[in-house]
Design a protein around this ligand. Structure first.
Ligand SMILES: Nc1ncnc2c1ncn2[C@@H]1O[C@H](COP(=O)(O)OP(=O)(O)O)[C@@H](O)[C@H]1O
Ligand SMILES: [Mg+2]
Length: 255
């Protein structure tokens, strides 16, 4: 069964074509990495899958169903670069917000069950000690885990992450990927990333997007394909930082 089916999807912002005729099937419990240069339409594709953006043409199905019937199945961890860290809210409240689902109401009271689920999640993600801290006082890795906890609080079957490791240290990065790998036993996971080393270490498959979907398949795709898609040598991917990726592990090159 496919968890996600994207069929002939095109998205425009005014005259600008962000993605064109994209077809992508993601299997249940697949761990997929989406790569592509900046401006390639990666965030747009995630937003279409979530139903936040309506495509000009094509459709998205989640477990064979129309998007309208599938809320609470998808958890979303947005790109943190657009996240307002100064917003005065603490860790516990951010994660509890995940329990609001569609019951958004001024007078919403959390049930005992909500609190239990959230307490467990904070524990599992190593956030119990910072649960009363304002989000502005967290490290990049902690904030990322808070956002993952919030997405998990809806108890989704699929989670979509947009560049979750873009601005965090190597240690938190491997912590997050190990966590995702564990979650992957139960869930379908789609991650937009420039971190090709992580893709080859943890993921099942890779998709390359540059307005059109150029490739979806085995993660060990050759450097030539990657270079064609990025339009630059593989070493220059990942924010211009030299970064070797494929088939280099045996040389003991880490990252
Ligand atoms: N809300 C928007 N309005 C207009 N143009 C947008 C909007 N969001 C993204 N774009 C444009 O669409 C293209 C794809 O953007 P995006 O999906 O964010 O790419 P990526 O995540 O791969 O960097 C870019 O050219 C970007 O400038
Ligand atoms: Mg993006």
């Amino acid at each position: 069964m496919n968890a996600i089916e994207v069929k002939d999807v095109s998205v425009y912002y005014g005259n600008l074509c962000a993605i064109r005729d994209v077809n992508l099937n993601v299997k249940e419990k697949e761990f997929l990495g989406i790569i592509g240069p900046n401006g390639a339409g990666k965030s747009t594709l995630l937003k279409v899958i979530l139903g936040l953006i309506k495509p000009v043409s094509g459709e998205v199905r989640i477990f064979g169903k129309d998007l309208k019937e599938t809320n609470k199945i998808l958890g979303y961890i947005p790109q943190t670069s657009g996240f307002d860290r100064n917003f005065p809210i603490n860790v516990l409240d951010v994660v509890l917000m995940g329990r609001l689902k569609n019951r958004l109401s001024l007078f919403h009271r959390y049930a005992k069950e909500d609190m239990e689920i959230v307490t467990d999640l904070l524990d599992k993600l190593g956030l119990s000690d910072v649960r009363d801290r304002q989000i502005g006082q967290l490290s990049g890795g902690q904030l990322q885990r808070v956002l993952i906890a919030r997405a998990l609080a809806i108890e989704p079957k699929i989670i979509l992450l947009d560049e979750p490791t873009a601005s965090i240290d190597a240690n938190s990065r491997s912590q997050i990927y190990s966590l995702l790998k564990e979650l992957n036993e139960e869930m379908t996971i789609v991650v937009v990333t420039h971190d090709l080393a992580a893709v080859s270490a943890y993921f099942d498959s890779i998709a390359c997007l540059n307005k059109e979907l150029h490739y979806h398949g085995d993660k060990e795709l050759d450097e030539e394909t990657v270079e064609k898609i990025y339009g630059c040598p593989v070493e220059l991917i990942a924010h211009g930082v030299p970064h070797r990726v494929f088939k280099v592990h045996e040389e003991g090159y880490d990252d």
